[in-house]
Write a protein of this length. Structure first.
Lengths: 113, 113
């Protein structure tokens, strides 16, 4: 298993600003992902964070809005840029090895006002 | 696009009752994972099923993977209030160098005392 630390755990931000969420894994993993989740609902994959190269984004998500970094095998960041109230959600980091289970951080609850 | 249909979406039962959650797809998955999530936390992995027809038990929880690896079920016997939470199934799909999890919509279970 992998232990994933995500911060901040929650934040309230002004519209038009940006927030960077950090994800640290306690062991080297092949895959890291970023998800978005509305409370009580399922997870929507934003992108796969690739080490040393541009992230792979899912349909409906773009790099300008959600820039992602992954400088090494254990760390990644997701930035939510130029935020609007529609960006209020829970953002989750996930990590694992290809073909194996994925483990999750505790999530970042973002409220944009 | 790999889709995973999960049902029911909501389930409210009395303590001591049994329940089954279903996860179905038209796609074949390399493995299927079940997660449980409590408010304010990230999803926690319960089990991974890999082989068609596989059955795994975790105390009062029984997980089954369909013979064709397109469907799965989670059965809880004698539910307890501590079983309350969001249950998510996720199919692992691997295509070439891509690997991702496809999540069902989730089942929000409430076990009443």
């Amino acid at each position: 298993s992998a232990v994933i630390s995500q911060k901040p755990s929650r934040d309230i931000c002004q519209r038009g600003t940006s927030l960077t969420i950090q994800c640290q894994v306690d062991s080297q993993v092949t895959m890291m992902f970023w998800y978005r989740q509305q409370p009580g609902q399922s997870l929507t994959l934003i992108a796969t964070a690739n080490q040393g190269s541009e992230a792979t984004y899912e349909s409906g998500f773009v790099i300008d809005k959600f820039p992602i970094s992954r400088p090494n095998l254990t760390f990644s960041t997701l930035t939510v840029s130029n935020m609007s109230p529609e960006d209020s959600s829970i953002y989750l980091c996930s990590a694992g090895r290809q073909g194996a289970e994925a483990f999750f951080g505790q999530g970042t609850r973002l409220t944009v006002v | 696009t790999q889709l995973l249909e999960q049902s029911p979406q909501f389930l409210s039962i009395q303590e001591g009752e049994n329940l089954t959650v279903y996860c179905n797809s038209s796609s074949v998955f390399s493995s299927l994972q079940w997660y449980r999530q409590e408010p304010g936390e990230g999803p926690v992995l319960l089990v991974t099923v890999v082989t068609g027809g596989e059955v795994k038990k975790l105390k009062r929880l029984t997980f089954q993977f369909g013979d064709a690896r397109k469907d799965s079920s989670l059965h809880i016997t004698a539910a307890q209030t501590g079983d309350t939470g969001l249950y998510l199934c996720a199919g692992a799909w691997s295509g070439g160098s891509n690997y991702k999890l496809t999540f069902g919509k989730g089942t929000l279970l409430t076990v009443n005392p």
